[in-house]
Design a protein around this ligand. Structure first.
Ligand code: RM4
Ligand code: MN
Ligand code: MN
Length: 395
């Protein structure tokens, strides 16, 4: 590999950060049930501890996204303990994720619920989430809504849209100077007829209406089969509205499989669009990369390490695309020339360069092997194993 390529990979890896989700270390499952893992984290302390392992081995994960309901059960009153815990473990708190879908009163929606009292409760929870983020000094409050309906004619789509616009605007008004609001979309599930924020266009319009610090969050699993996700990414970049990602892979629907396990070329193409944007504009795209996966069969920490390593590898491959040559080929409509440049970068074996980078940064050359040799899994399995299944919550 040329020194130019190796340099690019080193620079790309030095600048790459990906946030871990607290819920990815906990027992999660499918709607048919959960397979409990003795080593799964049940307390926030355990989630932080597991995240610290992943960060120590990969060097790329200094922050942990939290879910208010699962991780801060006392809401704002939980913030002092959480701040102290983060400080102690050396992992900073990342995005704050409100939970507007799990409780019984959200059966017919949160911001879009026809019952004004429920809409009010949802707002109060959103306000509290903003306050939690402010107190913890984190930047993003990341909203995902399960709102929608299952049967035609049963919900007033335009009315609900207005309620969403009003509520998101009201939440935006509460943001502190250093805070952002991310709006995530999803085409279906749990609603199976209409979802209030079903695609990137709806999320974009709502984010724009909410205010200047609202951005769209792209969850890679939240698209229909064969949808061109990198085009959505390119458009959101062009609009200055891409706020973050939830990374996972899928084969059928929102499968939450480990990143790149099904289609690594898709992830590479996303990273490429971002790198090309940065190359052309000279600006750094300010995007929060986050993992949003549910590890039902794999060991949670191992799956997380695997995901981070995959993200690093695909990010590195995107970094070595010869972008000047690509732009020149595009200009000439040299179809095969341009396509080959992309394919060549994707096909390049970046593992030796990444191993070298890891070594030079004091990281284990193979984080998964290092984890397996560390004894951490055996220790937490013994410590956590005997205490039986946790309660009924999703995470
Ligand atoms: C959704 C979405 C959200 C996540 C919930 C639990 O499908 O991806 O980001 O918080 O699942
Ligand atoms: Mn998500
Ligand atoms: Mn999802």
């Amino acid at each position: 590999m040329s020194t130019d390529r190796a340099d690019r990979i080193f620079a790309a890896l030095d600048g790459f950060r990906i946030e871990l989700p607290s819920w990815g270390f906990a027992n999660t499952g499918t709607r048919f049930g959960k397979y409990m893992q003795p080593a799964a984290a049940t307390t926030l302390e355990e989630k932080f501890s597991d995240a610290a392992q992943v960060h120590a081995l990969t060097g790329a994960c200094p922050t942990l996204a939290l879910h208010v309901r699962w991780d801060l059960p006392a809401g704002v009153d939980s913030t002092p303990q959480v701040a102290a815990l983060a400080q102690r473990v050396g992992i900073a708190v990342g995005a704050i994720n409100p939970n507007l879908f799990e409780e019984q009163h959200y059966k017919f929606g949160s911001f879009g619920n026809p019952d004004a009292a429920v809409r009010e409760r949802a707002r109060a929870h959103a306000f509290e989430s903003v306050e939690i983020g402010r107190r913890l000094g984190t930047r993003d409050v990341s909203f995902w809504f399960a709102d929608g309906s299952n049967y035609p004619g049963t919900a007033n789509i335009r009315q609900r849209r207005r309620w969403f616009e009003e509520a998101l605007g009201a939440v935006h008004a509460r943001l502190g100077a250093g805070q952002r609001m991310l709006v995530e979309y999803k085409p279906f599930e749990p609603a199976f007829y209409h979802t209030d924020i079903a695609d990137w266009g709806m999320a974009l319009l709502l984010a724009r209406a909410a205010g200047p610090r609202a951005r769209v969050l792209v969850d890679t699993g939240h698209h229909y089969q064969s949808q061109n996700i990198e085009q959505i990414v390119a458009w959101l970049l062009a609009e200055g509205m891409l706020g973050g990602f939830h990374f996972n892979d899928r084969r059928y629907a929102d499968d939450d499989l480990t990143l790149g396990s099904i289609d690594p070329y898709q992830v590479f193409r996303i990273f490429h669009e971002i790198a090309l944007y940065e190359h052309e504009t000279g600006a750094r795209a300010d995007i929060a990369f986050t993992i949003d996966q549910s590890h039902n069969l794999k060991g949670k920490i191992e799956a997380m390490i695997q995901t981070v390593a995959m993200a690093q590898a695909l990010h590195a491959k995107a970094a070595i695309v010869d972008r000047d040559a690509l732009l020149a080929a595009q200009k000439k409509s040299d179809v095969i020339g341009a396509e080959t440049l992309l394919q060549d970068a994707f096909a390049t074996d970046v593992r030796p360069a990444i191993a070298e980078w890891r070594g030079s940064r004091g990281l284990p050359v193979d984080p998964l092997i290092a984890f397996r040799a560390s004894g951490y899994l055996e220790r937490i399995t013994a410590e956590r194993g005997g205490r039986g299944a946790p309660g009924g919550s999703y995470a």
